[in-house]
Design a protein around this ligand. Structure first.
Ligand code: OAD
Length: 245
């Protein structure tokens, strides 16, 4: 059943001219990066998102939040892109237009060779000024944990450049992602629960604009209903077969 679903989706993708891909934490699961909503090992099952992923949480205890992101940076630095990430990088060259949109902050798509990744939720390896003075700092990977460093311009705390609960996404990145969704003729959705907007709305937007939607996920998700091709399988096993050489 899955084999047939993969073959049918691969045939559809091979006919596409403009492809958009939306990825979530599931694509990095096989690299050893935990997802958010796995009931046992998911980050939000073990940690309080309001403490660790909100402006209020950071203001209350900057050192705690900084340590948590330092731990995640270390984890990601020790992880390698998997066959799922690695299948997407060369696939870009096959299409007139190829947009890779990710909710992930781990940078693994870029490390797999993908270019111009639309990172909707930011990137763990960058920091920015908590006081919003407009300063962004590219981090060396191995920052000592402890108190956050200070903004080189205004002296306030630096915080990770990731989108926290209650914050807006970068409007330019979001515009580009929405444009890619309505312009594509096929959208591939990989490893996302489809619970977090606005990213979760992109597949439906693509479908309304006439695109075929392919969903890859070993489990049920909120996006199953949008799928024209629903593939129940893990990203690293499925994605190489969707873009056969
Ligand atoms: P979730 O943790 O909500 O969902 C991960 C999805 O990946 C689930 O649907 C799993 O079934 C699926 N999955 C697990 N293993 C997989 C595998 N090997 N291959 C493919 N899929 C697999 O993660 P997201 O949907 O990415 O936001 O979460 C969206 C946002 O919520 C995140 O970007 C993060 C979080 O709060 C911010 O940090 C702003």
């Amino acid at each position: 059943m899955t084999e047939a679903a993969i073959a049918a989706a691969a045939r559809r993708l091979a006919r596409a001219h403009r492809v958009a891909v939306l990825t979530g934490a599931g694509i990095s699961a096989e690299s050893g990066v935990p997802t958010f909503r796995d009931t046992q090992r998911g980050l939000w099952a073990q940690f309080d998102p309001m403490q660790l992923a909100s402006r209020e949480g950071f203001a209350a205890d900057p050192a705690l939040v900084w340590r948590w992101y330092a731990w995640r940076r270390e984890l990601v630095a020790g992880a390698q892109p998997n066959a799922g990430h690695l299948a997407l990088a060369p696939a870009a060259a096959r299409f007139a237009q190829f947009d890779l949109i990710t909710q992930n902050v781990d940078g693994l798509h870029a490390r797999a060779g993908s270019r111009n990744v639309l990172e909707l939720h930011g990137n763990l390896l960058r920091s920015k000024c908590f006081a919003q003075c407009g300063t962004f700092v590219a981090e060396p990977r191995q920052l000592p944990p402890g108190e956050p460093p200070r903004c080189p311009r205004c002296g306030n705390w630096l915080r990770p450049d990731v989108v926290w609960f209650g914050e807006m996404l970068d409007p330019d990145v979001l515009d580009a992602a929405q444009q890619a969704a309505v312009d594509c003729d096929a959208m591939l959705v990989v490893g996302t629960s489809g619970l977090v907007t606005p990213a979760a709305g992109l597949p439906a937007a693509a479908k309304r604009a006439g695109a075929t939607v392919v969903v890859v996920n070993p489990n049920e998700s909120e996006l199953d209903d949008v799928a024209d091709h629903l593939i129940r399988g893990p990203a690293a096993a499925v994605l190489p077969s969707l873009f056969p050489s």
